[in-house]
Design a protein around this ligand. Structure first.
Ligand SMILES: Nc1ncnc2c1ncn2[C@@H]1O[C@H](COP(=O)(O)OP(=O)(O)O)[C@@H](O)[C@H]1O
Ligand SMILES: [Mg+2]
Length: 235
């Protein structure tokens, strides 16, 4: 069997004297949507932040494509960084309010792809189409976009970096139920087309059961069980 895209081994986190979680272990396969369920305050966001390198756990290992991100050099981590992306619960915080939607969409490409202007615009338009954004959305500032439109821009930006792995932290919790379903379907379509893996974090079991291949339950500071979902709609 090939290496999992992500393996978390015995992760533990303390803030001061308070231990948020310990002995958290799981792995995520290529093309898999792995759910992380837990109540508010159980440590889900902290686990996600550790995986993308925004927080340092007090103990444990995080292997991305077999490499330990906590023990790699700065240069190696910088090269790996675009492959591991995170969608935050408040997606608008990822966008620059002074830039129109399209400028926001192509910003990571500008920084990382080395594409020249015309190729950059073309790729940006492709990504907009892929994520269901129309030209009228692209000409607006983030403050004039709906939550669902913002989440599409965030997904387009992330997919522009061809990630192997995306931590999606409550990506639909701010959205109306019908828009929630659209964004989950879009994430599934992107997964089918690119083979990206997701760690989908949510306190909403219904959302997780709809799209995840497996769900881990974070309770009392550790993972108490992992459930196989045989009938996720993308299996
Ligand atoms: N930087 C931090 N410093 C101190 N405590 C923190 C910090 N980040 C999170 N916590 C605490 O860790 C616990 C877990 O938080 P969090 O990971 O946000 O949980 P969840 O996403 O499951 O709601 C909470 O009690 C929170 O207050
Ligand atoms: Mg959280």
């Amino acid at each position: 069997m090939s290496l999992p895209v992500l393996a978390v081994n015995e992760l533990a986190m303390k803030f001061g004297n308070s231990e948020v979680f310990k002995n958290v272990s799981f792995s995520v396969e290529a093309g898999e949507t792995f759910g992380l369920f837990g109540k508010s305050g159980s440590g889900k966001t902290t686990i996600g932040r550790c995986i993308v390198g925004l927080e340092k756990p007090t103990y444990g290992k995080i292997l991305v494509q077999g490499k330990d991100i906590l023990r790699m050099g700065k240069k190696e981590f910088r090269e790996l960084r675009p492959k591991v992306q995170m969608i935050f619960q408040h997606p608008e915080t990822s966008l620059d309010p002074r830039m129109k939607a399209f400028e926001n969409l192509i910003e990571p490409l500008k920084l990382h792809s080395g594409l020249k202007k015309n190729a950059l615009l073309e790729r940006g338009e492709e990504l907009a189409e892929l994520t269901g954004l129309r030209p009228e959305h692209l000409a607006r500032y983030p403050s004039h976009l709906s939550g669902g439109e913002i989440q599409r821009i965030v997904l387009a930006r992330i997919m522009s970096l061809s990630p192997a792995f995306v931590v999606a932290d409550e990506p639909t919790s701010m959205l109306d139920v019908s828009v929630q379903a659209q964004i989950l379907r879009l994430m599934q379509k992107l997964q089918k087309e690119t083979g990206v893996s997701y760690l989908l974090i949510s306190h909403d079991l219904e959302v997780l059961r709809r799209v995840c291949h497996r769900i881990a339950y974070l309770e009392d500071g550790t993972i108490t069980s992992v459930e196989n979902i045989k009938r996720g709609i993308n299996t």
